[in-house]
Design a protein around this ligand. Sequence first.
Ligand SMILES: NC(=O)CCC(=O)C(=O)O
Length: 297
Amino acid sequence: MAHLLKKPLKLALVQLATGADKPANLARARSRVLEASKAGASLIVLPECFNSPYGCQYFPSYAETLQPSPPTKEQSPSFHALSELAVESKSYLLGGSIPEYVETTKKYHNTSLLFSPEGDLLATHRKVHLFDIDIPGKITFRESDVLSPGNKLTLVDIPPYGKIALAICYDIRFPELATIAARKGCFLLLYPGAFNLTTGALHWELQARARAVDNQVYVGLCSPARDMEASYHAWGHSMVVDPNASVMCEAGEKEEIVYAELTGEKIEETRKGIPVYTQRRFDVYPDVSEGRIKFDE
Ligand SMILES: NC(=O)CCC(=O)C(=O)O
């Protein structure tokens, strides 16, 4: 049987320290991505809102326009910085996310861009589930005050490795996305994400390990570094979890790059040992990966 992951892959998660200065964020991302590429990574991930602070008050002023594609440098400096950096680093580069403004709809989105080592845009994922929560005395957040949700799941082939799924932060809490992606043949689920000191302590690692164990695939979560001077305190702890739900690598709270070597054998070995992947009872309950699903493939 062909492996889902056809060739071993070194994954790097760049837990970037971001601030209010967009050009400085882009420059910092560049130097860290080049560092990861020198260390041999061929898929490099930046965090959610890597070019801006995270917060509803920031989305409109940091938003860039991506349509028509490719945008001009004035419309989207981040698009061009990522595309050039993918070429320079000779790697697949996931630009965690950036605030996006769509002129035709007048809507803002939280949007992730994946570039090939040739600098081509391979996929765009708009956060599907907006982060609207209210935990009294701890945290209230309403992305939907400013942002609109995306309406598609994003699965993308990255030759010669195989297929990966892209989603953003709060999307991880909706296991249907992960299960659909795994059943459609993805070997890795990537979530750039900025959990916080409340929900990070509660659920960050749990969510990563849950999506991995349910689906017997690799999971990567990439956070911004924690900045206690910022209005939103990101959790940090970027991590890669293997298909058996073991944490392979985990960052602390500060800026740091973590690496993991992914193999197809690990997925096969996990699925062979505990074969839940092939033991599902679709005669008893439905297969969520079948039916009406909106994809960006
Ligand atoms: N940026 C986000 O979507 C945060 C999600 C989060 O903290 C959670 O608990 O989920």
